[in-house]
Design a protein around this ligand. Structure first.
Ligand code: AHM
Ligand code: MG
Length: 334
């Protein structure tokens, strides 16, 4: 059987009238190429001296790991010259990155969390890259932060690459979710997971339980009910997983269902949650919705939120539809 590489898959999608413009196809391929380079670095680990701290901090005041910086550089270098982009924005950079003057500019905006799950880098647990693509407002050649302030429903493509036992790139451009496994010998991503679907029901949840005392009442109520098991209101046992890499959790949910939560934290009322709307919330919401799941901040659909700033935080409840709807209802009933 002939293998469908990412390039072939995208070209065939492009031929299906209007579903994928050539510039966007090129852009997705380029993001894939950068993820390949990141994957090789991740794999080499200590052999390539890429583990440990970079000795710098990012805009969120978090210490950067060497791989945070390396992954960010790979994505910038791969994408700046191709002509598809008007600008980029990254979790690791304070301001939008403008395409250097010597290169042509295109109509898209690329946002990424270059290395998600940074706390897992040094302990050899799955990490990932998350990306989201928007259209730049018409006629804008030098996009500002304001031009990125588009709700998730405006995304034209989004996805992630998980660097786990295998490297998989999972993407959507609005017609389902498709997963590609990196074949290291061939150096290409091969379609292995067509039409990924999130099962509507689940008995598995993911949340960092150590923050329980900081949760709001609807989250406590929801989790208390899950923990009550067979004799509780849910009348069944639930299992829990927490990898601490959102990419790995979302990938598990796309594979066998589940609900992932990173709620608002009462410790810092000015923050809506830990995760970032533009680099984590929106792209993962697009992927999960396209796979038949749901994604809210407890009150509204994540992709309907009008962003106010580039590094905005968001509470996240995503995954199997029935569970996301239930915890969202608990917020609304409060
Ligand atoms: P990062 O982008 O700095 O790596 O942070 C995001 C990660 C998510 O992947 C994960 O869900 C979460 O942080 C884990 O947080 P915690 O360490 O609080 O459990
Ligand atoms: Mg990160």
């Amino acid at each position: 059987m002939s293998r469908i590489t990412l390039s072939r898959f995208l070209i065939e999608q492009q031929r299906k009238a209007g579903t994928l413009p050539p510039e966007l196809r090129l852009l997705i391929e380029t993001v894939g190429r950068a993820c390949k380079a990141i994957s090789y670095s991740v794999n080499k680990g200590a052999l390539a001296d890429v583990l440990g701290e970079a000795g710098t901090g990012n805009i969120q005041g978090e210490a950067q790991k060497k791989l945070d910086v390396i992954a960010n550089d790979y994505l910038l270098d791969a994408n700046e010259w191709g002509g598809s982009l008007a600008a980029m924005a990254s979790e690791e950079m304070e301001l939008p990155y403008h395409i250097p003057g010597e290169y042509p500019k295109g109509e898209y905006l690329l946002m990424f969390d270059p290395l998600d799950g940074s706390s897992n880098i040094d302990v050899n647990i799955s990490i990932g890259t998350i990306f989201s693509i928007l259209r730049s407002p018409e006629g804008v050649t030098q996009p500002t932060e304001q031009d990125f302030m588009q709700p998730g429903t405006h995304q034209v493509a989004a996805g992630y690459t998980v660097y786990g036992p295998q490297t998989l790139l999972v993407l959507t451009f609005g017609s389902g979710v498709h997963g590609f496994t990196l074949d290291r010998e061939q150096g290409s991503f091969v379609l292995t997971h067509p039409d990924m679907r999130v099962p509507e029901q689940t008995s598995e949840f993911a949340i960092n339980m150590s923050n329980m005392r900081h949760w709001e009442p609807p989250v406590r109520r929801y989790i208390d009910e899950l923990l009550a098991g067979k004799t509780g209101p849910r009348a069944r046992d639930f299992n829990m997983r927490w990898v601490a890499s959102m990419v790995a959790e979302v990938h598990r949910i796309l594979t066998r269902g589940g609900i992932f939560m990173y709620p608002k934290d009462a410790r810092d009322p000015s923050k809506a949650g830990k995760l970032r709307l533009m680099y984590e919330g929106n792209p993962m919401a697009f992927v999960v919705e396209q796979a038949g799941g749901a994604a809210t901040n407890g009150h509204q659909r994540i992709m309907d939120i009008q962003p106010q700033k580039l590094h905005e935080r968001v509470a996240v409840f995503l995954g199997s539809k029935q569970e996301v709807e239930r915890v969202t209802r608990y917020h609304q009933e409060q």
